[in-house]
Design a protein around this ligand. Sequence first.
Ligand code: GN1
Ligand code: MG
Length: 384
Amino acid sequence: MTQATSFSKDHLAAIAAHFCSLGSILTIDVLGSGNVNDTFLVTLDGTEQFKSFVLQRLNNHVFDRPDLVMNNMLTLVNHVESKLASVSFEVRGRRWEMPKLLPTVGLDAHWIEEDGSFWRSISYIDSATSAEVIDDHNHAIEVGYALGRFHYLISDLSNDKLSDTLEDFHVTPAYLLQYDLAVNTFNKSVGQSFKKDRRLDSALSFVDTHRGGVDVLELALSRGELKKRPIHGDPKINNVMIDDISRQAVGLIDLDTVKPGLVHYDIGDCLRSCCNQAGEETTDLSQVYFDLSLCEAILEGYLSEARCFLSKTDFEYIPECIKLIPFELGLRFLTDHLNGNIYFKTNRPEQNLDRAEVQFRLTQSIESQWTSIVDLIDRLRRKR
Ligand code: GN1
Ligand code: MG
C-alpha cells in the first residue's frame, strides 16, 4: 500500500538545509493533503521576504522524468511572469502570484537524496490560504476566476514548449484499458470470490454501465473540434490560493501536471472537486451530490476570464466534461484499489474503493441533473 510516508524531523531538516542559505529553520510541518507527492511547509527566522517555503518530495514513480516536470514549471512561470510584467498592476487590477522554484545552496533547482528521492522547494504564496470546501458564493466565483485567469495567462504558450510528463493523463479511454487489465489480474489472483463483495461488485457494475461515451472528448479532439493547449491538470479546490484579507483568488499551486491537454479536463476536474461539498474523502455517500448553484457561480467566475478564448464548440463539450471527469477519477481510484493501492496514497485498505464510490455517486448526481446542466451552459454561453 502506498502509505503517507513519514520522515523524521532531522531527516527533513537536513534536506531543507540544502535550500535555505537565508535563515535557520524554525519549523517543518506537513502541508496540504496531496495524494501523490509529500509536501511540507518550512518556516525560517529569515527576512520578511523569505519567511517560509514549500519543501516537496516529487513522487518519481508517478513522475518518472522529474527533470521534465521541472522544465515545464520553469517554462510556465517564465511565460506568465513576462506576460504579467507587460501590463501594469492598474491594468491587471489584481494580485496574481505564481509559485516559483527555489535554488539549492549549490544553485541546482533540486536535491537528490542517496535513496534516489527527488526533492525541490517552491516559494510559498504568502498571506493566502487554500480551502477544502467552498465557503460561499463569492468563494465559488473566485475559484472559477482563478482557473479562467490561469488558462488565459497560458493561452498563448505554445504546446511544443511543454513536455508530456504524464502520458495519457486525463485520457479516459486509456484509464478504461488500465482498469480492464486490473480487473483481469485481480480476477486471476482471487478467482471469482471477489464477486461476493457487494460494494466492489456494484462499483464494477457501475463501470460496465458507463463504458459507452468515455471517448467523447478524445473523439472530439481527433475530429479537430477541440484543440490541445496548456492546462493545469489538477485544479481542485485546495490548489486555489485565496488572499486572507481580500478573499480574492491570487494563484493556482501544484503545477506538476501542467502540460498540453484540453481545457475541458480542467473544467471538469475543478467542478467535480468544488461542487461536491462532502469532499473526496467522505464515507457518507448520502451527503454526496453535485451542487448546481456552485457550478453556475464557478463557471461565471471562469468565463469572466475565459470567454474570450473559448469557441462555441468548446462550450458544447462542457456538459460532457462535467460528467466525464468524476467518472474518470472514480475509475482511477477503483483501478488502484484492484491493483493493491500502488498509485494514490492510502491510510486504510478500502480507501480507494470508498473514493471511487464517492466519484460514482457524484456522476449519478450529474446525470440526474443533465438537462439543467445543458441548459445552464447554453445560458452562460449566450450571456455576454
Ligand atoms: C492526485 O496528488 P494530488 O492530490 O495533487 C492526482 C489528481 C487527482 C487527485 C485526486 C498526478 O492529485 O489527478 O485528481 O489526486 N494527481 C496525479 O485528489 O495523479
Ligand atoms: Mg496535484
